[in-house]
Ligand binder design. Sequence first.
Ligand code: 13P
Length: 254
Amino acid sequence: MKRRPLIAGNWKMHKTVAETLAYIEAFKPLVAGVEDRDIMLAPPFTALDAAQRALEGSPVALGAQNCHWEEEGAFTGEISARMLSDIGVSYVIIGHSERRHLFRETDEMIRKKIAAVLRHDLIPILCIGETLEEREAGKTLSVLERQLKEGLKDFSARDLKNLVVAYEPVWAIGTGKTATPEQAEEAHAFCRRILAEMFGADFAETVRILYGGSVKPENIVGLMARPDIDGALVGGASLKPDVFARIVCFGRMK
Ligand code: 13P
């Protein structure tokens, strides 16, 4: 089965509103007419509303980088899925390794966040990935299995029909060290087998599994050539519109 590619940019804690608007103005013409793949940008919370207005009518979807699992309440500093849905967000990145490691997010918190995202008909991008220490100890696959099983155990295939998974090996994030296409494919194929075990083979065949970790215009083609790599979650290289557009447009004749 051919899954529709998704190329997503995660800006992390970068860009003011003015910088976001300048980016979008430059980016939109570079990806105009790209219809055979999905494109998503995830600016910081403060720029989401302005980005939504600026992206109106373009093929670029809007994503958020995190959310809280409650609808509202006394959670100072948090943003709910309900608030994100209200301003036109479509995707929410959940369980990014920076959230897991720097902010101590657990698999249980991640599961609750996915439930909140689904309640509002938003698309969760569940991030998973091993640290260097775990890889060197031969634990990569068991870490991925635990993160998938714990993160998704409350849900049915129907609940998760739009689920996106992002495999982001922690040692490849922001380090310039990309997993080789072989390493990434091994992890992606394994994740698809676990999803098939949990929710059935038909479901697993439809789930898009993105690779993230030092994706650049120079390595996107090799990654996307692998059968189980369905797109990319791009950090640093999504911050410049021309560079990100080259990643988005991989494999197209110019
Ligand atoms: P880099 O592309 O900067 O390595 O970041 C990857 C990432 O964490 C995307 O979510």
